[in-house]
Design a protein around this ligand. Structure first.
Ligand code: IMP
Length: 198
């Protein structure tokens, strides 16, 4: 079974490949498949966006299934922002650094005990002959006052994962793949696929 990952984010593709490799004969990213498709993420939820992306990519590819992830950071003190706008929090065309700076600025007066947040990931698997499957995963953390670590991407340097006392940018890639919001969502997806087969 051939899977295409509906993403151009190299970090996400690597995380997804590492987790789903045992379940597919071939896994390609959009780049591997030489597909250039830009799906407009205008859904109100992560799951809506993920399903839209997976369906649109499956429609233009020759794969048997398309998997997409839509993810972001929800900060309680900001009523769930940046949420589905995580990638473009500082505006279209701005990078991770600009998003992180804006978030730190918004949160500068928020005390430590009110800095709870979570990474959320919704994954969707669109298939040719069957109904799609969607699954959601989340991991809780605390937003720091300054970045720490140089691994990962996006908001990782600001996200303190308390069980390890490290930010996501300080964790090894292997550890992040084990406990991340995407890992939780992909594991739930894998379970749904296994239940279907049983
Ligand atoms: P998406 O590509 O539309 O799903 O946007 C995801 C955005 O959420 C990224 O650009 C990051 O800003 C943020 N994000 C999602 N997952 C992670 C993660 O694992 N670490 C850090 N930031 C993340």
């Amino acid at each position: 079974m051939k899977l295409i990952i509906a993403s151009n984010n190299a970090h996400k593709v690597a995380e997804i490949k590492a987790i789903l490799a045992p379940y597919f004969n071939s896994i390609q990213s959009l780049k591997d498949a030489r597909l250039d498709i830009d799906v407009v993420e205008d859904g109100k939820t992560f799951a809506e966006n993920a399903l839209k992306k997976a369906r649109e990519v499956l429609a233009v590819s020759d794969a048997d299934a398309a998997l997409s992830d839509d993810s972001g950071l929800e900060v309680d003190a900001l009523f769930g922002a940046p949420g589905v706008y995580s990638a473009r929090y500082a505006g279209e065309g701005h990078d991770d650094n600009a998003n992180n700076e804006k978030l730190l600025q918004e949160m500068k007066d928020v005390p430590p005990d009110k800095r709870t947040c979570r990474f959320v990931s919704a994954v969707a698997l669109a298939r040719r002959e069957k109904e799609p499957i969607t699954a959601v995963g989340a991991v809780e953390g605390k937003l720091l006052y300054a970045p720490r670590g140089c691994g990962g991407f996006g908001y990782d340097p600001l996200f303190l994962y308390e069980p390890e006392g490290m930010t996501f940018a300080e964790l090894s890639a292997a550890k992040k793949n084990e406990i991340s919001h995407r890992a939780c969502a992909l594991n739930a997806l894998r379970e749904a696929m296994e239940n279907e087969r049983a």
